[in-house]
Design a protein around this ligand. Sequence first.
Ligand code: SAM
Length: 352
Amino acid sequence: MQLKIHFNNYYQSLYLMEPISTPPIKKLTPQELAVMNTSNDALLTKVYSASLGYFKDDYSHYFLKAKKKMLPIINRGTWARVQAVRQIVTRFIKAFPGNAQIVSLGAGYDTTYFWIKDQIKEGVYGEGAVKYVEVDYQQVVEKKIEIILKNEALWKHLWTTQEDIDDHKPEKSELNLPDYKLFSLDITDTSSLAAKLSSLSVDPAAPTLILSECVLIYLPPDAITSILSFLSSHFTSDLAIMCYEMINPHDAFGRMMLENLEDRGCKLQGIHACPSEGAQIARLKEHAGMTMAECYNMSVVYGRKLDAAERARIEKLEIFDEYEEWDLLSSHYCVSLGRRFVKDEDNQKVCI
Ligand SMILES: C[S@@+](CC[C@H](N)C(=O)[O-])C[C@H]1O[C@@H](n2cnc3c(N)ncnc32)[C@H](O)[C@@H]1O
């Protein structure tokens, strides 16, 4: 009962958010539109937990109209999600210094690229350590570009001065800089995706990490299969694929999670074909040609895979007594990571 209230509070607070108002360019289905608006949910949770000190994020707030209070259990989950992704990103860049490439599918308003630029400034990796590529629906991409161009804190990572921006005349729905590419496309259209990646000089032979944070799960199973097999054949050398998404749809909590999302028009079309950690691993091996794959639910990731000192620090940030709910919630999300590396030793360097 308590949990249902938490869930409803969480989703109600999201309902109150202003939906993206840009009229659809390509006519999206109601499901696609609802999924597109989940980019706001991710943003909202990240901005709020960052504001409480869970992790450093100086950039997400530029994309959000109004901050909303989130429950401690959501903040803890957001911390685990962000830390897990950052840990994999950092390990990947360090394993392939100088020629790492990261492709974020359904990137939404995620600001990992800007966080990486700060890491470079702090000397964690060298200048030009990574080429970062983001793709999403046109409505999201146009809004993201508009906000980047309006805020110096963001555009200074891409251009030096305002005159510099004027000289480069960035497009409304595409950015193409040496180390940052942002473009709009439906990722289920894999032949257009191949063409676009080539036209933006995204090197198919460079070591590449694919990020899919709450994206594939919304697509039908056959679309997921064709995206994974496309990635496996398009990128010809070292390849890693990370997914963060929901699992365990069959128990009471899982059914409630699906129901809540379906009420918002977001059907988790992919969850029944990939309902567990084991199925995530099998999918990465069978459909994406990964030679190695691991997957853990977020309860395991939180307790065993992230930095213990950081975990101890964030546990002091808010009063927390939702232990049972936390176990339930975190065991219904997972991180999976598949790898197909040329050198076996890289499997030890890039892991969850
Ligand atoms: C839950 S949001 C996650 C955003 C981002 N990955 C994050 O974690 O902050 C899902 C994103 O995937 C995008 N998306 C879903 N299906 C897509 C598709 N077929 N093509 C392009 N983008 C898609 C949505 O527009 C949305 O921005």
